[in-house]
Design a binder for this molecule. Structure first.
Ligand code: ZN
Ligand code: ZN
Length: 395
C-alpha cells in the first residue's frame, strides 16, 4: 500500500489559517462564533415585525401613512449595514509565507546579535515615523509579520486586522479598516430605529387608550409591551455605543487605541492620524476611499493531496488511468534521491568519508538529466509538475 501525490486547485479561502468561517465559496466571511449575531438579527427582525403587525396599521390610518414607510426604509438600511459589517473582510492581513517568516527571523536575529543564554531577547519592535511622530510596529508571533501601525491581532478570529477597532460578537465579526464605517452607520441607524419604534409605541398606546382604556389597548396589541421592553433596554446600550463611536470618529481614533491609551501622550506620541479637526476626521473615516481586501479569498492556489494506491506493482492499465499522480510522485522521489549528501555538524565522524565519496561519485542533476532539445518543453508532464512546484515555492 503506497500513496501518490496529486495536485488540485483550491480557492485560497479554503487554506486561510485563521479561525474565520466562509460561505458562498468565499464571498461571505465571518467569525467562527455566530450565536450572538443570530440573536441580534432575531431581535431586530422580531421587534420590527411586531411593530409592522400591531402599530403600523393603526398609525397609518389615524396619524400618517408615511410612518410605516419611513420605518420600512430605516429597517432595511439597518439590515443592510448589519449584513455588510458582518459578512465582509474587516481588513485581515495575510500571514507571512514560510520563506518570508524565515527571512524576517534571520533579520531580527542579525539585528539583536547574540543574546547570552538565560537572558530574555529584546522585544521585537520597529520604529517608523508618521507625521513627525515615532510609532512602534510590533511583531506578531502568530502571523510572523511586523504589524502595520494601527493593526492588532484578534484572538477570537486569530488574525491580524488592519486598523483594528474591536471584535464585535453582536455583528459576528471583527470591526476594522474595511467595515468600520458600515459598523458605525449600523449603530447610528439602529439608534434611530429604536427611538422611532419606542416613540410611536408610546404614541400608539396613548391614542388608543383615549378611546378604549389603557388595559384594553394592551390586550388588543400584546406585542406592544414586548416592543417597549426590548426598545427600552436596547436604547441605552445602542445610543451609548453610537455616542462613544461618534467621539472616536471626531478624534480619528479606534476603540483599541482608546483602551490602550496609544495616543494619550504618556509616551509623548500624539495621534499622527488626527487632522485636529472634527469634520475632517469624520469625513476621512466615513467618506474616505474604500480599501480592497488583500486576502484574495476567491483566488486559486494549489494543494498536494496524498492518494493511497492499492498495489505498488507497475501495470500498464494503472499507469495509464492516472498518469499525472504517478508522475508527480516520481518527480518528488527523484528530487529526494538526487539531493546530494553533505556532511554537517550532526553527522557522525565515521560516516563523513563515505558521504564525501558518494557525493563525488554522484553526478550533478544537469549531467544526469541532459536537456532534450528536440522535445517541446510542455510535452513532458514532468516539466509541468516541476514548474507547478517551483511556482508554489515562489508564490
Ligand atoms: Zn497576528
Ligand atoms: Zn475578530
Amino acid at each position: 500500500m503506497s500513496a501518490v501525490m496529486i495536485t488540485r486547485k483550491v480557492r485560497k479561502w479554503e487554506k486561510l489559517p485563521g479561525k474565520n468561517t466562509f460561505c458562498c465559496d468565499g464571498r461571505v466571511m465571518m467569525a467562527r462564533q455566530k450565536g450572538v449575531f443570530y440573536l441580534t438579527l432575531f431581535l431586530i427582525v422580531g421587534t420590527c415585525s411586531l411593530f409592522f403587525a400591531f402599530e403600523c396599521p393603526y398609525l397609518a390610518v389615524h396619524l400618517s401613512p408615511t410612518i410605516p414607510v419611513f420605518a420600512i426604509v430605516l429597517f432595511l438600511f439597518v439590515l443592510a449595514m448589519l449584513l455588510r459589517t458582518s459578512f465582509s473582510d474587516p481588513g485581515v492581513l495575510p500571514r507571512a509565507l514560510q520563506e518570508e517568516a524565515t527571512f524576517i527571523e534571520m533579520e531580527i536575529e542579525a539585528a539583536n546579535g547574540n543574546v547570552p543564554a538565560g537572558q530574555r531577547p529584546p522585544p521585537r519592535i520597529r520604529n517608523v515615523q508618521i507625521n513627525n511622530q515615532i510609532v512602534k510596529l510590533k511583531y506578531c508571533y502568530t502571523c510572523k509579520i511586523f504589524r502595520p501601525p494601527r493593526a492588532s491581532h484578534c484572538s477570537i478570529c486569530d488574525n491580524c486586522v488592519d486598523r483594528f477597532d474591536h471584535h464585535c460578537p453582536w455583528v459576528g465579526n471583527c470591526v476594522g479598516k474595511r467595515n468600520y464605517r458600515y459598523f458605525y452607520l449600523f449603530t447610528l441607524s439602529l439608534s434611530l430605529l429604536t427611538i422611532y419604534i419606542f416613540t410611536f409605541d408610546i404614541v400608539h398606546v396613548v391614542m388608543r387608550s383615549v378611546d378604549n382604556g389603557f388595559l384594553n389597548t394592551l390586550k388588543e396589541t400584546p406585542g406592544t409591551v414586548l416592543e417597549v421592553l426590548v426598545c427600552f433596554f436596547t436604547l441605552w446600550s445602542v445610543v451609548g455605543l453610537t455616542g462613544f463611536h461618534t467621539y472616536l470618529l471626531s478624534l480619528n481614533q479606534t476603540t483599541n487605541e482608546d483602551i490602550k491609551g496609544s495616543w494619550s501622550g504618556k509616551n509623548r506620541v500624539q495621534n499622527p492620524y488626527s487632522h485636529k479637526n472634527i469634520i475632517k476626521n469624520c469625513c476621512e473615516v466615513l467618506c474616505g476611499p474604500t480599501y480592497p481586501s488583500v486576502l484574495d479569498r476567491r483566488g486559486l492556489t494549489q494543494e498536494d493531496l496524498p492518494v493511497p494506491v492499492a498495489s505498488a506493482a507497475p501495470s500498464s492499465s494503472s499507469s495509464s488511468s492516472s498518469p499525472v499522480p504517478q508522475t508527480t510522485h516520481a518527480v518528488l522521489c527523484l528530487q529526494k534521491t538526487k539531493a546530494p549528501l553533505i556532511p554537517n555538524k550532526r553527522t557522525p565522524d565515521d560516516a563523513k568519508p563515505s558521504i564525501a565519496a558518494s557525493a563525488q561519485k554522484s553526478p550533478s542533476p544537469k549531467e544526469e538529466n541532459p536537456p532534450a532539445p528536440k522535445a517541446p518543453p510542455l510535452a513532458s508532464p514532468e516539466m509541468d509538475v516541476e514548474t507547478s512546484i517551483n511556482k508554489d515555492k515562489t508564490h
